[in-house]
Design a protein. Structure first.
Length: 231
């Protein structure tokens, strides 16, 4: 058996080629920070290989495995898909998702600054836009991230969702304007470009930030999740 478990970087999956490249580079970044670490990719939707197949294959070769969700909150994919994939294999464990984490909030702030948002302007509202989930634990994780982001911003920080949770991003943008904001900026709480990021362009905000990747801090979070799962 391998002395060091394989890190299975499990992403949602996307058809966007740039999104696929950035997710792949995230795992490579973790290996650069931890020479000798073996990593492989898996997905819960859209693209193969599935996390079920990857974990089963590694278990078949008696290889210990840590599945790290490349997801920003804990919803169905974490608590059902990934948990189910490791449940049948004693040598496999699941780590917690990347978010919430103060380093992700710091990346969000960097993206907002790059988009020209002024953190000292009380009339600039930020809508933290997440993909969305019907799982209350996922919504709570996004709200926690919004609270961390609020610490850096004089104007209000609220949340909006792409699907399954309320309010929608367009509704959150409209609510911010109705509350008196002169400028509304959507902070894309997404790892990489794809379907949800494309939808944000039509949400009615003054601008939309780039996704979180690429940023070396996220690879460090990934490794911390791997280490904690082994701890």
């Amino acid at each position: 058996m391998s002395a060091q478990p394989v890190l299975v970087a499990c992403a949602h999956g996307t058809r966007n080629p740039t999104g696929r490249r950035l997710i792949g580079e995230l795992a490579l970044g973790a290996r650069a920070l931890r020479p000798g670490l073996r990593t492989t990719a898996a997905f819960v939707d859209v693209q193969p290989p599935t996390v079920v197949d990857v974990v089963a294959g590694l278990a078949g070769s008696r290889t210990p495995t840590v599945v790290v969700p490349l997801l920003l909150s804990g919803g169905y994919h974490v608590h059902v898909d990934i948990a189910g994939a490791v449940a049948a294999h004693p040598g496999a464990v699941a780590a917690r998702p990347l978010g919430p984490d103060p380093r992700l909030a710091a990346v969000l702030t960097a993206r907002l600054l790059a988009a020209g948002a002024d953190p000292t302007d009380t009339r600039t509202a930020v809508v933290l836009a997440a993909a969305g989930s019907s799982d209350a634990r996922s919504v709570a994780d996004v709200e926690h991230t919004a609270q961390m982001l609020q610490a850096d911003w004089a104007g209000p920080v609220t949340t909006g969702y792409g699907s399954a949770a309320k309010p929608t991003v367009p509704d959150a943008v409209a609510a911010a304007r109705a509350a008196g904001a002169q400028r509304v900026v959507v902070a894309a709480y997404l790892l990489a470009p794809g379907h949800f990021h494309d939808k944000l362009q039509g949400a009615g905000a003054d601008c939309v930030t780039a996704p979180l990747l690429p940023d070396e801090r996220i690879a460090a979070v990934l490794l911390d999740r791997y280490d904690a799962a082994l701890g």
